[in-house]
Design a protein around this ligand. Structure first.
Ligand code: FAD
Ligand code: NAI
Length: 468
């Protein structure tokens, strides 16, 4: 029987990064992953295959179309006859995915990581290690890292199938739906809703909660909602779905809104109401691995489960279901297994939503900071007062800095506007080093750049923004 120092179950951002870092640290490593795309093994998990990467490829393609059809004329560029070749757009997306998933296979080879394709299942304890069924082959591992990720949560009234789809289906419609319904105004709802609206669909988004993006700073969610509604996304908040029926031609959804029963028909329905952990088939029950009441694997601060030598990371342990959080846990757990001080700073995890305008934040919202009893000061600066944004032709949104009124330490930075997915990196770096609004305001920012808005927002916490 083959024997490994570290066996990773799951080859998504959590698992593949843990495997690479463990190999760098000198361990003998194997990874077993079950994901298949087009009938073939494909490493990279949800993120690379049917999540982060293909969704951003489609967001970029559809945004280019929107730019050409709606914004180019403002720049003095006349384009006649622009049209979407959806087949080509989808195959471009697939080729981006192929490149990246193939890249992980290459990295595994380079780091001498043994790769098994199929299910991984915990079988039994064996001395100070574990026997794991890796795609039908029993192997022995001193340490096991469970990184099995998550899958879309289904709405019992609307099981996936036919014209009711989750993220994978919503990234592969063969034609642009005339009418698209989306249940859930979360991250997937607004990102994929934006893709198909830009390509010509009429998009209706049905959300159970009374407001939009409640985790974001109030000012940001308010501005983003205003922009999305202006683009034609039709949001309905506080709705209760009461019936969903589908036939070959489409899906009919009945919901309650403000006490009224409403029926709407769609060609396709995306259900994006959150994700649930993947633990079925893992052998958790057989070996006595503790899960919480929602099915997430329970871990301590060092990713240790209740079983010695079994660790868990990524979406399957809950918390922020983000690829970069999963990757950092992958690095940390490998280092902890090696006796090093692996650590993730959960206070400064960036959130980014790749809509137009983009949304990004890190740290506490103004409301969240106040709820913690902190005395806060805030500074906000609009992109409309920034030369580069005006040159771009996109000056929607702002940056808002939330700082401690006594110490000046930055508690949170919130952004909605052009390219804020990139601007948030500076904020995260500054916060990671315990930076103050003064530090950020005195840092030299290149001119003319969008990043000057971040600096000005920091200065605005002391009412000394220079260009407003
Ligand atoms: P996963 O990526 O889910 O990987 C788990 C892997 O384990 C899968 O390959 C699965 O097949 C495999 N597996 C499961 N059970 C077993 C088993 N028993 N044996 C063997 N293999 C098994 N996050 C971001 O940070 N940025 C984004 O832009 C972003 N966009 C997203 C867009 C969409 C549409 C979706 C759905 C998600 C997006 N996410 C994004 C979230 C991100 O994809 C996840 O947080 C991330 O993939 C979690 O990584 P993971 O390794 O924990 O799990
Ligand atoms: P989500 O948690 O972001 O949003 C789900 C939404 O559905 C919530 O607003 C919730 O109130 C609503 N909802 C729940 N039940 C409902 C019901 N019965 N009827 C109507 N609305 C209902 O989950 P989503 O969009 O499915 O995405 C899953 C996760 O994937 C995200 O939380 C995020 O972690 C990750 N992701 C990250 C992205 C990024 O980083 N840019 C992009 C896409 C996904």
């Amino acid at each position: 029987m083959d024997s490994y120092d570290v066996l990773v179950i799951g080859g998504g951002p959590a698992g593949y990064v843990a495997a690479i870092r463990a190999a760098q640290l000198g361990f003998r490593v194997a990874c077993v992953d079950a994901f298949e795309r087009n009938g073939k093994a494909s490493l990279g998990g949800t993120c690379l295959n049917v999540g982060c990467i293909p969704s951003k490829a489609m967001l970029d393609s559809s945004e280019k179309f929107e730019m050409i059809t709606h914004e180019a004329a403002d720049h003095g560029i006349e384009v006649d006859g622009a049209r979407v070749d959806l087949g080509r757009m989808l195959s471009r997306k697939e080729s981006v995915v192929d490149k990246l998933t193939g890249g992980i296979a290459y990295l595994f080879k380079k780091n001498k990581i043994t790769s098994f394709h199929g299910l991984g299942r915990l079988v039994r304890q064996d001395g100070d290690g574990w026997i794991v069924d890796a795609a039908g082959t029993e192997v022995r591992a001193k340490n096991v890292i469970v990184a099995t990720g998550s899958q879309p949560r289904a709405l019992p009234l609307a099981p996936f199938g036919g014209n009711i789809v989750e993220n994978s289906g919503a990234l592969a419609f063969e034609q642009v739906p005339g009418k698209l319904g989306v249940i859930g105004a979360g991250v997937i709802g607004v990102e994929l809703g934006s893709v198909w609206r830009r390509l010509g669909a009429q998009v209706t988004i049905l959300e159970a909660l009374p407001g939009f993006l409640l985790a974001a700073d109030d000012a940001v969610s308010k501005e983003a909602l205003k922009q999305f509604q202006k683009q034609g996304l039709d949001f309905h908040f506080g709705v209760k779905i009461t019936d969903v029926k589908q036939d070959e031609s489409g899906v009919t959804v009945t919901y309650e809104e403000k006490g009224n029963a409403v029926t709407a028909s769609f060609d396709k329905l995306i259900v994006s109401i959150g994700r649930v952990p993947n633990t079925q088939g893992l052998g958790a029950e057989a070996v006595g691995l503790n899960l919480d009441e929602r099915g997430f694997v329970k871990v301590d601060a060092h990713y240790r489960t209740n079983l010695p030598g079994i660790y868990a990371i990524g979406d399957v342990v809950g918390g922020a279901m983000l690829a970069h959080k999963a990757e950092e846990e992958g690095v940390a757990v490998a280092e902890l297994i090696a006796g090093q001080a692996g650590h993730v700073n959960y206070d400064v995890i960036p959130w980014v939503i790749y809509t137009s305008p983009e949304i990004a934040w890190a740290g506490l919202t103004e409301k969240g900071a106040k709820e913690q009893g902190l005395k806060v000061k805030t500074g906000q600066f609009p992109f409309s007062a920034n030369g580069r944004a005006l040159g771009h032709g996109d000056s929607r949104g702002f940056v808002k800095v939330v700082a401690d009124a006594d110490t000046d330490r930055i508690l949170g930075i919130h952004m909605v506007g052009p390219n804020v997915s990139e601007l948030i990196g500076e904020a995260v770096g500054m916060m990671e080093f315990g930076g103050s609004a003064e530090d950020l305001g005195r840092t030299v920012h290149a001119h003319p750049t969008l990043s000057e808005v971040v600096k000005e927002a920091a200065l605005a916490t002391d009412k000394r923004a220079l260009h407003m």
